[in-house]
Design a protein around this ligand. Sequence first.
Ligand SMILES: [Zn+2]
Length: 63
Amino acid sequence: MSHRKQSQIYEPERCWVGDVQKICYATHEEAELAARVAEYDHGVSHLSVYKCEYGDHWHLSST
Ligand SMILES: [Zn+2]
């Protein structure tokens, strides 16, 4: 039996915003936390959290 190991990795939900696929965050707090982590890990500055206009979730914006 050799099952292919897949679908066990957590894939964040994404949606298309313009030309890019953005990760969806279920809550404002979750998005805030991800922004802080990105700033710390990748030196990204001033990520802002905004409510998606296409669904009931949040995204990060660097602009
Ligand atoms: Zn969205």
